[in-house]
Design a protein around this ligand. Structure first.
Ligand code: HEM
Length: 512
C-alpha cells in the first residue's frame, strides 16, 4: 500500500496533503529568496531543468558560457546553484579550506559501487589524506619511468602510422586514418603503462580497442551523462540494485573487463617479491601504504582521469593546427630549426625539458587548451555553512551557505576582457603580443585549465609531457604532413559528463 492509498478516506487526507504542498512551496520560496540577487535564465530560481536538459543534449558547456555572458560573472542556474566565469572567484573557492566538493562528484564520478577514488571523494579530510598518499606517484619524483614510458608509446604510434597509414597523394593513394582512435590508443597505452606498469594495454601494437575498453567506456559515459541529467545517478550507489548497474571486474567484456585487467595487474605486482624496488606509479602508491581495494580504485582512477582528458586536448590541438595554415607552417619551422641547430639529438623522442624551450610550441599548447578546454564540467563546490563573501570585479558579493557553485570553462578561457576581442580564435601569437600585465592575467586564467588548489589535477605533469612530446614532438611534424580528410565535418564530438567523446576524426597523413 502506498502512502497516498493509506490516507484514502481518512478525514485528515486533504489537510495532510495540503501541508506537504505548503512545505514544498515554502522550501522553494526560501531557496528562491536566498539567491534572489543573482540573475539567471528564466525559471532557474525554481528549477534546474534547463541546465539538466543541456547536460542531456551535451550542450551544457555552451549554455553555461551564454548564461555568464548574459547575466554576469556569477549567475544562477538553479534554485540552489550558481555558475561563475570569474577566475578570481574560482581560485578563491578552490583555495579556501571551508569549501567542499558538492555531491555531484560522488554521484557522477564514482565508477565502482559504493567505493570512492580521489576524484569522487567529497569528504575533504579523506580527500586530503589520500592525495598525500598518491601525489608522489603522479609526480616524476617517485616515478622515474614516467618520461621513458611516454617515449616508448610515442615511438609505437609513429611506427603504426609509418607502417599502416601513410597516404601518397602524388600517386593517387589516399589511406584515411581515424586520428581520434589512434590518439586514444596512445593515451590509453601511456596511462595503463604508468598506472599498472609495463606492458600496459598494448592497443597501439594491436591497432585495436582491446576488449572494447574504449567503446564501452564511451557508452558508459553517455549513460552516466543521461543518468546525471535525469538526476538518477544515485541508482548506481543504491543498495542491491546499484551492484547490477555498476560495471564489475568479473565482466568478460567492456569497462568491467578493463577493471578486471587493472585489478589483476595490481595483484600480480603485490605478488612480485621485488615490488618495492620498482620506480613507477604503482610502486609509489604501495610505498605510501595504499592497500587492498583502495589501491585498486586509485589505479583504476588513473585510467579514467588520464585518458579522455589528454586525448581531447591532443585531438583538438591537432585539428586547430591542421585547420590553420599559418600556425602549421610556423610550428613546423620551429621544429625543423630545433633539429637543424642540434637542440634535438638523434632519432629518439624529444626530451620534455627541450620541448619546453620551444616558444611557439608552448604557445600552441596553451592556445589548444584555451579554445578547447578538454574538461568542461562545472566541477561544483559547496559554499561553507555560514556563507562567504567573494570579490567580483572589486565588489563584495555574499554567497549563502550550502549553495553549490561551479565554473564555466568556456566563458573563462574565451573571456574577451582577458584575451581580447578575438578570444574565440585560435591564435598562438597572442601569447607573444601581450604586454606584461596582460600576459600575467592570461596566464592566471590558463593555469585554471587544470583546476586549482587542493583539487588541482594530479596528472598535469603527465598530460603536459604527453602534449609536448606527442602532437608537437618533432617527429609528428618533422616526418609527416597532415590534412583533414573531411573539412565539412572534421569529427564527431559529444560532451558527456564534461569530457568529450570524439570519433571519426579522419585525416590524411603523408611522409614529408
Ligand atoms: C589535458 C589534460 C587534463 C586536463 C585538462 C585535466 C583537468 C583536470 C581538472 C580541471 C581537475 C580538477 C577537478 C576539480 O576541481 O575537482 C582534474 C583533477 C584530476 N586529474 Fe586531471 N586533467 C588532465 C589530465 C589528467 C591526467 C593525464 C591524469 C592522470 C595521469 C589526471 C588525473 C587527475 C586526478 C587524479 C584528479 C583529481 C585530483 C584531486 O581530486 O585531488 N588528469 N584534472
Amino acid at each position: 500500500m502506498t502512502f497516498l492509498e493509506s490516507l484514502e478516506g481518512h478525514k485528515w487526507q486533504w489537510p495532510i496533503l495540503a501541508s506537504f504542498v505548503a512545505l514544498y512551496l515554502v522550501r522553494m520560496a526560501v531557496r528562491y529568496h536566498r539567491l534572489r540577487y543573482f540573475r539567471g535564465p528564466w525559471g532557474s530560481g525554481f528549477s534546474k531543468l534547463q541546465y539538466d536538459y543541456k547536460v542531456y543534449t551535451g550542450e551544457a558547456h555552451a549554455w553555461c558560457r551564454d548564461v555568464n555572458e548574459k547575466y554576469g560573472p556569477i549567475a544562477r542556474i538553479g534554485p540552489n546553484s550558481l555558475i561563475t566565469s570569474s577566475s578570481n572567484v574560482w581560485m578563491h573557492i578552490n583555495t579556501k579550506p571551508e569549501y567542499k566538493r558538492s555531491k555531484w562528484y560522488f554521484s557522477a564520478v564514482r565508477v565502482e559501487h559504493q567505493r570512492d577514488h580521489i576524484f569522487s571523494q567529497t569528504d575533504t579530510r579523506l580527500h586530503d589524506e589520500r592525495r598525500k598518499q598518491i601525489a608522489p606517484g603522479y609526480s616524476g619524483r617517485e616515478n622515474l619511468e614516467l618520461e621513458s614510458s611516454i617515449d616508448y608509446r610515442l615511438l609505437e604510434l609513429l611506427d603504426l602510422i609509418r607502417t599502416k597509414y601513410l597516404s601518397d597523394p602524388s600517386r593517387g593513394y589516399i589511406n584515411p586514418m581515424d586520428l581520434s582512435k589512434k590518439i586514444q590508443y596512445f593515451t590509453m597505452d601511456v596511462i595503463s603503462t604508468l598506472g599498472m606498469g609495463r606492458p600496459g594495454f598494448g592497443m597501439l601494437r594491436a591497432d585495436a580497442d582491446i576488449d572494447n575498453y574504449i567503446r564501452s567506456s564511451e557508452e558508459g559515459m553517455r549513460i552516466a551523462n543521461t543518468f546525471s541529467a535525469l538526476r538518477l545517478s544515485w541508482i548506481a550507489q543504491a543498495p542491491v540494485i546499484g551492484k547490477l548497474v555498476c560495471p564489475q571486474s568479473t565482466d568478460v567484456k567492456g569497462f568491467g573487463a578493463m577493471m578486471g585487467a587493472c585489478f589483476r595487474a595490481v595483484d600480480e605486482r603485490l605478488r612480485d617479491a621485488d615490488h618495492d624496488k620498482r620506480r613507477d606509479m604503482l610502486a609509489s602508491f604501495i610505498r605510501h601504504k595504499l592497500v587492498g581495494d583502495e589501491l585498486k580504485s586509485e589505479v583504476l582512477e588513473t585510467l579514467i582521469a588520464g585518458s579522455d582528458t589528454t586525448a581531447g586536448a591532443l585531438r583538438a590541438t591537432m585539428l586547430y593546427v591542421m585547420a590553420n595554415k599559418r600556425v602549421y607552417v610556423k610550428l613546423q619551422e620551429e621544429i625543423d630549426r630545433a633539429v637543424r641547430e642540434g637542440r634535438v639529438s638523434g632519432e629518439g623522442v624529444i626530451s620534455y625539458s627541450t620541448a619546453k624551450q620551444l616558444p611557439y610550441l608552448q604557445a600552441v599548447i596553451k592556445e589548444g587548451l584555451r579554445v578547447f578546454p578538454p574538461v568542461r564540467n562545472i566541477v561544483p563546490k559547496d559554499v561553507p555553512v555560514g556563507g562567504d563573501t567573494v570579490l567580483v570585479e572589486g565588489k563584495p558579493v555574499f554567497l549563502p551557505g550550502g549553495v553549490d557553485i561551479g565554473f564555466s570553462a568556456l566563458a573563462m578561457h574565451r573571456d574577451k576582457k582577458v584575451y581580447g576581442e578575438d578570444a574565440d580564435s585560435f591564435r598562438p601569437e597572442r601569447w607573444f603580443d601581450a604586454n606584461q600585465g596582460k600576459l600575467a592575467a592570461m596566464m592566471k586564467v590558463h593555469e585554471l585549465s587544470f583546476g586549482h588548489g587542493r583539487w588541482q589535477c594530479l596528472g598535469r605533469n603527465v598530460a603536459q609531457m604527453e602534449l609536448n612530446k606527442a602532437i608537437f614532438e618533432r617527429q609528428l611534424f618533422r616526418y609527416f604532413d597532415w590534412a583533414i580528410a573531411n573539412p565539412v565535418k572534421p569529427w564527431d564530438a559529444m560532451n558527456a559528463l564534461g569530457l568529450f567523446i570524439i570519433n571519426d576524426f579522419l585525416v590524411q597523413v603523408s611522409a614529408r
